[in-house]
Design a protein around this ligand. Structure first.
Ligand SMILES: O=c1ccn([C@H]2C[C@H](O)[C@@H](CO)O2)c(=O)[nH]1
Ligand SMILES: [Zn+2]
Length: 129
């Protein structure tokens, strides 16, 4: 897996952020099992609550293109280390339970986690079986 490419794509996607209210930009890039990359940025709204995080933008693009299995997701934001919010962790749980989560500031500086490290004892599709 080309981690550096995924990180580069996340950094590029961040520049597309539409965040006039918070002024906080986030970018994400994910790799699916079939080898495709999808990117996303945060998209805010004047009514605030419809705001979509970068991670969920990328996941919605992948799933709506028929790609349901995330192998890795790189995330970058305006804080020193930007971790996914709780809602995004739950959405990654749905489509990337075994995903590697790469939290990154630059192509050289990144941290890697499994989803279960960031989201232990989670509720997921298996609970409903
Ligand atoms: O992991 C995160 C955390 C926050 N945001 C966005 C939502 C909002 O536009 C801005 C401030 O919360 O950052 C993301 O996209 N992903
Ligand atoms: Zn989020």
């Amino acid at each position: 897996m080309d981690k550096k490419l995924l990180i580069k794509k996340a950094l590029e996607a961040k520049e597309k952020a539409y965040s006039p209210y918070s002024g906080f930009k986030v970018g994400a890039a994910l790799l699916t099992k079939s080898g495709k990359i999808f990117t996303g940025c945060n998209i805010e709204n004047a009514s605030y609550t419809p705001t979509i995080c970068a991670e969920r933008t990328a996941i919605a693009k992948a799933v709506s293109d028929g790609e349901r299995e995330i192998v890795a997701i790189a995330i970058t934001g305006d804080s020193e280390w930007t971790y996914p919010c709780g809602v995004c962790r739950q959405v990654i749980r749905e489509f990337g339970n075994n995903a590697i989560i790469i939290i990154t500031k630059s192509e050289e500086e990144y941290r890697e986690y499994t989803l279960s490290e960031l989201f232990p004892y989670s509720f997921g599709p298996e609970d409903l079986k």
